[in-house]
Ligand binder design. Structure first.
Ligand code: SF4
Length: 465
């Protein structure tokens, strides 16, 4: 977009950015890896209708990354080429396309399609519009979120090697697909010590033993509207082969229902509004959700007798606190939103942080302290924690300012509503007036054209002769 309606009638001209939109191209797969985190392969491809409907909904947004996943996405040549054509035909504002593959399929049509898309992304990013968007991102998104955008590669093909029995195919695969536009890189999850996502159906194996684990769970607000010129939907959103739109990516097929937002066919051009209202029902912060996911990961390891790192042990000590905090934030966040419904997600979050901080000060009988003193605030403070001293007066002033801002927006909204209603009323009266005038004219015309009694008699006599 540019422009739209936020909750509570607050309108915005900000650019909407989606960090990651993922299409599950197919559930077919030519491998049967026992660690597969998706589940048993199914004979299903995404339909063109689902792809069309999704692009209808998001065509005005900026998409930082589109991801193509499976099963094995290269098995759905038609779907893959169709997504690429859709992006180009709809002039989608796209920064990067990423595909996850087991690197076993060589398909010249797909290669050609990816090259075409690479050229499209390159020329979009070099256009005036692309340059402007890059500026927004570099000022607001990349710096704030510490994303690393490697320029020069518009398409990333991510190859997983772990237990895929694909060693013999990889060299050829890289030779065929790698080009000026397409980068082929190895999936890090299995080669590095990065956190591995698991769920409660994952079988514990030696592979999990030494890695930090996180249980898949996406129950937090995913809208970041605290930036000057853009609103960021900052979690991956996936479209399944059945048209389900869900949070996260590559999660187990059977878990999609737990992370479901809506079905793409239920949308009526209101993609953002639906995400927005979902976010008000799960009003916690991403960092807290991440902490809880890591706690659950540590519990998973503990349950399976693996040795825990010091960090994991510490996480488990804070378990109760985190769950209580989650409940508290969800409850208070919803209440604040109901009371100050003209404030955005970020503003409610700040308000919530300030109230919590004041409570903490009262309970501990302190008048002022630094952000860094308190673990809670470090988690909740969305901008980087600072050493700034915070006293009650500053907090109270900030709270009053936010409440006043809400009131101002409410009044503005009511005035706009009244103005809109008066225009509607005028339009209605004008239409009524015209209708009545039309009716009167039609009536007059009927009277003029109607044969007089004398005329009727003459016609009757004529017939008789
Ligand atoms: S891990 Fe990838 S290649 Fe292996 S079965 Fe699952 S989807 Fe297929």
């Amino acid at each position: 977009m540019s422009g739209g309606e936020l909750k509570g009638g607050m309108s915005t001209e900000k650019e909407i950015l989606i960090t990651n939109l993922s299409f599950e191209l197919t559930r077919k797969c030519n491998r049967n890896c026992d660690f597969c985190f998706r589940g048993k392969a199914e004979n299903k491809d995404i339909s063109k209708e689902i792809i069309d409907k999704t692009f209808d909904e998001v065509k005005d947004y900026t998409l930082l990354t589109i991801e193509l996943t499976g099963g094995e996405p290269f098995l759905n040549e038609d779907g893959l080429c169709y997504v690429v054509d859709k992006i180009i035909k709809n002039h989608i504002k796209l920064f990067n396309l990423t595909i996850f593959t087991n690197a076993t399929i060589i398909n010249p049509k797909i290669k050609e399609s990816l090259e075409k898309l690479g050229q499209y992304i390159k020329s979009f990013l070099e256009s005036e519009q692309g340059e402007n968007l890059k500026k927004i991102h570099s000022e607001e998104v990349w710096t704030k979120k510490n994303y690393d955008f490697s320029e020069g590669e518009y398409i990333n093909v991510i190859v997983s090697r772990y237990q895929h029995e694909n060693e013999q195919c990889i060299d050829n695969f890289v030779d065929v697909y790698r080009s000026d536009f397409v980068g082929v890189v190895e999936q890090e999850e299995y080669t590095s010590n990065n956190t591995v996502l698991v769920d409660d159906e994952t079988k514990f194996s030696d592979f999990h033993r030494d890695k930090p684990l996180s249980v898949i769970r996406a129950k937090h607000c995913i809208i970041d509207d605290g930036m000057a010129r853009s609103i960021l939907i900052n979690e991956p959103i996936s479209i399944s082969v059945n048209g389900e739109v869900y949070l996260g990516k590559c999660i187990r097929y059977s878990k999609i229902k737990d992370n479901l937002l809506f079905n793409v066919f239920d949308l009526r051009g209101n993609f953002f509004d639906r995400i927005d209202s979902w976010c008000w029902s799960y009003y916690i912060n991403r960092d807290i959700d991440n902490q809880i996911s890591s706690i659950e990961g540590a519990k998973f390891k503990q349950l399976n007798g693996a040795e825990l790192s010091e960090t994991e042990k510490r996480l488990l000590l804070g378990e109760k606190f985190m769950y209580d905090l989650e409940d508290y934030l969800n409850e208070i966040g919803r209440r604040l939103h109901n009371r100050y419904s003209f404030l955005g997600h970020y503003e409610i979050f700040v308000l919530l942080s300030f109230y919590t901080y004041l409570d903490y000060m009262d309970e501990n009988n302190i008048e002022s302290t630094t952000w860094n003193d308190i673990e809670l605030v470090k988690i909740m403070e969305p901008k980087s924690a600072t050493d700034k001293r915070i006293d009650k007066e500053i907090l109270n002033d900030s709270i009053v300012n936010l409440i006043n801002e809400n009131e101002l927006r409410k009044q503005e909204h009511e005035q706009n509503e009244q103005f809109r209603l008066s225009i509607l009323r005028e339009e209605y009266q004008q239409a009524e007036h015209e209708r009545k005038q039309r009716e009167r004219l039609e009536k007059e015309e009927t009277v003029v054209n109607e044969p007089s009694e004398f005329g009727l008699l003459k016609r009757f006599m004529k017939k008789k002769q």
